[in-house]
Ligand binder design. Structure first.
Ligand SMILES: Cc1cc2nc3c(=O)[nH]c(=O)nc-3n(C[C@H](O)[C@H](O)[C@H](O)COP(=O)(O)OP(=O)(O)OC[C@H]3O[C@@H](n4cnc5c(N)ncnc54)[C@H](O)[C@@H]3O)c2cc1C
Length: 602
């Protein structure tokens, strides 16, 4: 059975020593997030994930969700009780506004807790995760009446939420969307159409399910400019706000799929279902985009989460599995063979995943702080800078953390040899479950295009310039520090590659957009490596500070942990970051050979 231990200490190092979150105690919710409270919250969340959710991961995979003839859906054994515990713990609303019953803690706490939930059981974590996405949309676009009707119940976890975008003929290109909405005399709408692949569309975990649905109002323009967003509950609300009559919407079938079997992926039929407009008519895509950054950040966190749990199991196995002898001579002389962790190639694999995970967690926290500053910042300038950061880094986090997160589950599976292919160890499930994160919430190729096509040129490149300035400023500040040389020198080189690639796009992609399209995925990954490299440089600086401090709190193994950080950071700089040179070469080769063959030549 797979193991999992929530990386609480690593999160605390990031919050306290790298990002010094106490600096933000003037912001709403941050003053409450004292180091003691953070430790308690993360510790409790970790325990819940390790003890309640992890044991349900494999059984959930094997059992899956079941749909009855009446369209009702049953989740796997144990999910209902676990969801009740999640609700009782108040986990869904930890960062939600207190006026609707949330705890108002910083968003970064939600991202950390969601990492733990997703590592332990991704299928389960999607139910509260989608609810948080729907809550964010209702907060941003609901009228006071809609907010009062839905938010307290959703934040408490009594009701869950969904996002209904995809239709059989359109996923990426939502301009093709056909679901219709007909305005009624009372101001409501009748929604008719079919949505597919709707996560948590129907289940038995909550008393009501609140669907957010994209549809086209009768007479609206074609394309993306004619799409509106609606809220349509499974049960219409009685006068007292309790769930009443069944709305005209139902789960037509469940998708049979590769992984996340414990999450119900539904075909949803809307047969004149009653819904209410959220935001302005024909501005539905805009409304979705306002909450897209956090939703995509959340999926990036899922990629990290899968990489982390797969890594922990690979390490565990590598310490136990005895095969061969170390190249430098036997290490476990009392045993018939050495544990495979002695082999450099096994080490290379484990270090690759470890050095990615720790930097990815830092990148998530850095960006989650930006999402908090965006919402809670005291000055317009701070909010704008935070918004720029979110916009720029979100496609990078979604694309890179899920591409590499999946790749890392495969690397971790490889550590098990043939046993990784056998269901018992759980590694093949991690691979299957992680795969979807690269596809939903915008396939990763689309994240790369969003970065290159929209985010780089936005506001005259303001966000990109701010990123370059911050990283360059850090490199300059540390340039005289010999101990930081192994970190800032490679970072400077990689940043130079990123700047060259950016310039190359400016010179070669305006007139020939295929040059940007053909280089976009490489550029996204190059950006990701630079951002992760910057995180490593900051973590190395923090670790060195802590070591210099003579580790006043050193009795608990902090010294060994900080030394391990420095080594892991060096590995990243030496072994992963140099990939930016190859990426630059690919990008600047342009689109010619990619585009030359006619479609029939494939
Ligand atoms: C398990 C699961 C759960 C899901 N949950 C939800 C949910 O809760 N709600 C919801 O609304 N949807 C959900 N989805 C749908 C998901 O978001 C879409 O599948 C995804 O956005 C991609 O759309 P598509 O499948 O139609 O692929 P397509 O849009 O057909 O894309 C196919 C391929 O072409 C590429 N491509 C498309 N257009 C371009 C372009 N212009 N340039 C370059 N490349 C391009 C894409 O990157 C992709 O690789 C879910 C899907 C799955 C499988």
């Amino acid at each position: 059975m797979p193991i999992y231990k929530a990386p609480v200490e690593d999160a605390q190092f990031l919050l306290n020593d790298v990002f010094h979150v106490e600096r933000y105690s003037n912001l709403p919710g941050f003053a409450d997030a004292t180091p003691d409270l953070v430790e308690a919250v993360l510790g409790e969340a970790g325990k819940f994930c390790e003890q309640v959710l992890l044991p349900l991961n494999r059984t959930g995979d094997q059992e899956g969700c079941k749909r009855a003839a009446d369209g009702s859906v049953t989740t796997p054994t144990g999910f209902k009780d676990a969801f009740k515990q999640l609700v009782e713990g108040g986990w869904i609303g930890i960062s939600a506004p207190p006026e609707f019953g949330g705890q108002g803690l910083p968003m970064l706490m939600t991202q950390l807790v969601n990492e733990f939930l997703s590592s332990a059981n991704l299928s389960f974590a999607m139910y509260p995760g989608l609810t948080q996405g729907a809550i964010a949309a209702l907060i941003a676009h609901g009228t006071d009446q809609i907010k009062a009707a839905y938010l307290p119940k959703m934040i408490a976890g009594e009701w869950t939420g969904t996002m209904n975008l995809t239709e059989p003929h359109c996923g990426t290109d939502l301009g093709l969307l056909r679901t219709k909405a007909a305005k009624q005399p009372d101001g409501s709408y009748k929604i008719t159409g079919t949505k597919i692949f709707i996560s948590a569309g129907e289940h038995d975990l909550a008393a009501n399910i609140i669907h957010l649905v994209l549809a086209r109002i009768e007479g609206a323009p074609e394309g993306t400019r004619g799409i509106s967003l609606f809220v349509a509950p499974k049960f219409l609300l009685n006068g007292d706000g309790s769930p009443g009559a069944r709305n005209a919407l139902s789960c037509g079938s469940l998708e049979e799929k590769m992984g996340i079997h414990g999450n119900a992926t539904c075909v949803m039929n809307y047969d004149g279902a009653t819904g209410w407009l959220l935001g302005d008519e024909n501005r539905g895509l805009h409304a979705m985009f306002t909450m897209m950054n956090e939703a995509r950040l959340g999926v990036g966190v899922q990629g990290l989460a899968m990489s982390e749990v797969a890594y922990q199991n690979a390490v565990n196995y590598a310490k136990e599995r005895l095969q061969g002898r170390a190249l430098t001579g036997a290490k476990a002389k009392d045993k018939p063979a050495d544990p495979i962790i002695v082999h450099p190639d096994v080490r290379r694999t484990l270090m690759t995943i470890k050095s990615f995970n720790e930097a990815a967690r830092a990148l998530v926290i850095w960006t989650a702080i930006a999402s908090d500053l965006d919402r809670r910042g005291t000055h317009e300038k701070i909010r704008q800078a935070a918004d720029d950061h979110m916009g720029l880094l979100t496609p990078v986090i979604k694309g890179v953390l899920t591409d590499q997160g999946f790749a890392n589950t495969v690397l971790a599976q490889q550590m098990f040899g043939g046993h990784g292919y056998i269901a018992e160890h759980g590694m093949e499930q991690f691979v299957r479950d992680a795969r979807i994160t690269m596809m939903y919430e915008g396939a990763n190729g689309i994240q790369a295009l969003d970065l290159v096509g929209r985010k780089l040129p936005k506001d005259g490149g303001r966000a990109l310039q701010a990123f370059f300035a911050e990283v360059q400023g850090f490199i300059k500040e540390k340039s005289a520090d010999a101990a930081m040389k192994p970190y800032v020198e490679p970072l400077g080189k990689a940043l130079g590659h990123l700047q060259q690639a950016t310039m190359w796009f400016m010179a070669n992609a305006m007139g020939k957009p295929d040059n940007a399209g053909a280089g976009s995925t490489d550029y996204m990954h190059m950006f990701g490596l630079c951002a992760l490299g910057y995180m490593w440089a900051r973590m190395a600086a923090a670790a060195q500070e802590k070591l210099k401090d003579k580790l006043k709190s050193g009795a608990n193994g902090a010294e060994a942990r900080m030394n391990a950080k420095l080594v892991t950071g060096r590995f990243f700089m030496e072994r992963l970051l140099p990939e930016t040179a190859a990426q630059l070469a690919r990008i600047t080769s342009g689109a010619a050979s990619t585009m030359e063959l006619a479609a029939e030549q494939f």
